[in-house]
Design a protein around this ligand. Structure first.
Ligand SMILES: [Ca+2]
Length: 162
């Protein structure tokens, strides 16, 4: 009886723990989880960390292609142009000082796929957080952008596989 109760409790926990996320997408070196809920960038980061994930980081063209494939597959039918990933501008007075939150490496030192003219710091309206345009918006298809961190958007967590 107690065992039965514990099993029900555990299954309940499992389904609850994944209720906010789409099924994982598995690629070489990592699992990618796209959220079903919208959060601001900071809450999205906390959400991923609480699950022992990170907000998505992209360190090569291959990882970029994999992330875009996952976004395309899951976001295709959603009416949404933006999805958070794990880059942040660390020096507010110095645009383009973006780093990946997972290891704090400078993004310019790794691999970049910014949309034309980005990161533009929102033309002085304080864009410090990184996202990917998920659809053709302003003729920009699936490229990186900096955006206002307080916007509530879908987001991507990742878990690196060793
Ligand atoms: Ca921007």
């Amino acid at each position: 009886m107690v065992t039965h109760f514990l099993v029900v409790l555990f299954l309940g926990y499992l389904s609850l723990s994944h209720a906010d996320m789409h099924d994982k997408q598995v690629f070489k070196g990592k699992e990618i989880y796209i959220s079903k809920v919208k959060k601001n960038w900071f809450d999205a980061l906390d959400y991923c960390i609480k699950k022992d994930y990170s907000l998505l980081t992209i360190k090569s063209s291959e990882e970029n292609e994999n992330a875009l494939a996952a976004i395309k597959k899951i976001m295709e039918k959603k009416d949404e142009d933006h999805i958070w990933i794990g880059g942040f501008q660390f020096q507010p007075d110095k645009p383009k000082t973006y780093r990946w939150v997972q290891n704090l490496r400078k993004i310019v030192d790794v691999f970049t796929d910014w949309a034309p003219g980005e990161p533009n710091h929102g033309r002085q309206i304080n864009e410090f957080c990184m996202e990917i345009f998920t659809k053709k918006s302003a003729n920009i298809d699936m490229k990186w952008n900096d955006h206002v961190c307080s916007k509530e958007q879908y987001f991507i967590c990742e878990k690196r596989i060793k």
